[in-house]
Design a protein around this ligand. Structure first.
Ligand code: PLP
Length: 410
């Protein structure tokens, strides 16, 4: 075991082309936002087949500006899934609006859109629909009928398709992240895209504060030209990245299909890009440790569901079980509203004995976010990225098979 190389959980796919593009931009002297960003925005919009895209410095900034472009303000509610990274909660809090948390579907961890529909009130300003782990969220079209603005969160799914349509073209606005471990990367970065010019103009206006005739609180969320130079190269390589991710997923499927693990699946109209290869099993922590002993890094695909992070659910993360939710389960619920600075959130998070009135549940059906909790307890993300070699995939498969062999031997 000593001499084998570790297999990391994720790695960016960067090479000489990205290095050359970034170096040329740096040496040109134009490193802040300039023509390269404009070119990246145009190419990205063309890739999606949308009118306009606006580059920003992160996926979180993209979410924040998308919410502001829709007019989100204190007093509004924004529906978000429970099982996703905290960037969504942060972005909603930055606007002063109240996040309303909905459960997710067991099949793929995407927002349970039917559950989200039940949380709509006259205060609902928008719903944020992430396509989790590279798998398109099939229910996204349901919100159109209710005329609820949809922000499509494609941070994990650039290039995935639903019924022949690219993700990013199904909502009113879509956002992307180019963080280091995402499907394509500029180190950090993001994009907001839409066919509605009024919305993209609002985003473009808000992400740069300089040289304005009026005063409005604006943000310095700009992408730099050398990030855009990398992004342009990554965009041309994206089809190869996706092809390789699918090859690896098929290799895992073939190597693991007879084991007592639930493998990621997709409906015929979903074309996932396998940002993550998430398996479900009763005790992921033991498999994670077993893989670690084989120098393989696996991870929980979502650090913690919002209900555990915000304490809106009485269940603790220590030994909580989905069954345990029966006593305390809170359905879609509002997490406490905080000042735009986020100060209240920090205080709240440090307060172990927060009082129940800090949290205003909006719907007390038992077990309503239980799927999220169950997924959190049972999911494990295996290494998947274009640089992963077939021999490494086979090593992961062999280590998992060894784990189950040992279980059956005992
Ligand atoms: C679904 C989702 N949305 C938004 C973000 C935020 O992106 P960023 O890290 O670029 O701010 C992430 C980041 O992991 C994400 O997974």
């Amino acid at each position: 075991m000593k001499n084998i190389d570790p297999i990391p959980h994720s790695r960016p796919t960067l090479g000489a082309e990205e290095a050359k593009a970034a170096a040329e931009t740096i040496l040109s002297g134009q490193i802040a936002q300039g023509a390269m960003v404009g070119k990246f925005e145009k190419r990205f919009a063309d890739f999606l087949g949308l009118q306009q895209a606006v580059a920003v410095n992160s996926g979180t900034s993209a979410l924040h500006l998308a919410l502001l472009a829709l007019g989100t303000r204190p007093g509004d509610e924004v529906i978000v899934p429970d099982y996703v990274c905290t960037a969504l909660l942060n972005a909603v809090h930055y606007t002063g609006a109240t996040p309303v948390i909905a459960d997710v579907g067991a099949a793929d961890g995407n927002l349970d859109c039917q559950a989200a529909l039940r949380l709509i009130t006259p205060k609902t300003r928008a719903v944020i629909v992430p396509h989790m782990f590279g798998n398109p969220c099939a229910g996204i079209t349901l919100f159109k009928e209710r005329e609820i603005p949809v922000i499509e969160d494609c941070a994990q799914s650039v290039g995935a398709e639903l019924a022949g349509s690219k993700v990013g073209t199904l909502g009113d606005l879509s956002i992307f992240s180019f963080y280091a471990t995402k499907v394509m990367t500029c180190g950090e970065g993001g994009m907001v895209a839409s066919n509605c010019q009024e919305l993209t103009n609002a985003v473009a206006d808000l992400c740069d504060y300089d040289n304005r005739d009026d005063y409005l609180p604006r943000y310095n969320y700009k992408m730099t030209d050398f990030q855009a130079a990398m992004g342009l190269v990554q965009l041309t390589r994206l089809p190869d990245f996706i092809h390789r991710r699918r090859e690896i997923a098929h290799r895992y499927n073939a190597g693991l299909k007879d084991l007592p693990l639930r493998l990621p699946g997709a409906q015929p109209d979903q074309q996932p890009i396998y940002f993550r290869y998430v398996v479900q099993l009763a005790n992921p922590e033991t498999l994670l440790n077993h893989l670690r002993n084989h120098k393989i890094s696996a991870a929980r695909p979502v650090f913690k569901p919002f209900q555990l992070l915000t304490g809106t659910n009485a269940v603790t993360d220590h030994g909580a079980s989905p069954q345990g939710l029966n006593n305390h389960g809170i359905s879609g619920h509002r997490v406490p509203q905080v000042a735009a600075s986020g100060t209240a959130m920090r205080t709240f998070a440090r307060e172990p004995n927060r009082s129940p009135q800090d949290v205003v549940p909006c719907d007390r059906l038992p077990n309503a976010c239980s799927v999220s909790l169950q997924l959190w307890h049972e999911s494990l993300s295996l290494p998947i990225y274009p640089l992963l070699q077939d021999a490494e995939v086979d090593r992961v498969i062999a280590a998992i098979r060894d784990y189950y062999q040992k279980i059956s031997d005992t």
